[in-house]
Design a protein around this ligand. Sequence first.
Ligand code: NAD
Length: 349
Amino acid sequence: MKITAVPSDSHEEIYRVSDADTGLLGFIALHSTQLGPAAGGLRMRLYANEDAALTDVKRLSKGMTYKNAAADLPLGGGKAVIVGDPAKDKTPALLRAFGRAIENLEGRYYTAEDMGMSPADMATLAEETSYVAGLADGAFASGDPSPITARGIFNAIRVTCRHRFGGDDLNGRHVAIQGLGNVGWNLALLLKDAGADLTVTDVDQDRINRAVTEIGATPVALDEIYAVKADVFAPCAIGGILNADTIPALRVSIVAGGANNQLATPEDGAALNDRGILYAPDFVANGGGIINVATEILKIADRPAYVAQKLSALEATMDTILTKAHKNNVSPDAVAVATVAQKMDRAAA
Ligand code: NAD
């Protein structure tokens, strides 16, 4: 296995990891360890080329710095990617080689599950490194973070409703959900319980069918989700979906969901604001998952109490961000980014 440092002006450390025996090619990026060891998941995807993988790991690790800081976790931002098709190229030997690369960083980076990875894969990595979280078994194992991620988004929707409608009762509110995977489905259940009406879409017809039959959701075609007339649009699938094409089509008062990197560009945050649409910054709204993972990294004995306290603090942070954004008539995203910068400046002082 070969580990080569990749020079960077924007990140503390980046490594290219390759292994001829197993066909492994991947990157580990530590954006910042200012607040603690860098933490963020491992993603496996069939990237178009090596540059695309490097760009993704840099962007995602920076996002983790923001997310961890917003959640007031003593963790920095990091991420790892492996180039390949998880269905075809993922082998235990390849994962173990990557585990050795993570171990080589001696705890400056902790990994966890992300796209293309499963709890079983985390267990394979754990054969070679102790710097892995999201395990199903073990003393501090935190398991699947998605239900906690969904709880955090649910809280964010309530906060945005308070700001926009003067109350956070979701009974009768209409929410359009894009993506019914781990996060979207858990969110749909919470919203249904609270009495909300749901319109949903997904690329997977089985997931739509389940939402229709089990919770009475209304299905729409993939592209129609942007123009659904509703109170809230909750993106819970892919990034970059708030852009120059989709923002003019939106017919909602609020955008609050779990997908990472929802805004295609920072200017799209301003565009939402100009249209009078209240946006819950994604890296604040979806921080529940890393809060759950953090209990494993930090070896927290009372996980439910820690998660409850951190989720409540995250809700207060969202509230403060929206209040400031309203007062200064700027986008909540800009305020959230500035809030994180302030937290990091305070830590550095
Ligand atoms: P997932 O893979 O379980 O679910 C994603 C769902 O979106 C799938 O059902 C998929 O079929 C659907 N989908 C894909 N492309 C779509 C499209 N164009 N339109 C509609 N649906 C589409 O993933 P997840 O764990 O639910 O994560 C969803 C999002 O939330 C991702 O952006 C992820 O990075 C982010 N996120 C997840 C967590 C977590 O705890 N799982 C935490 C923070 C952020």
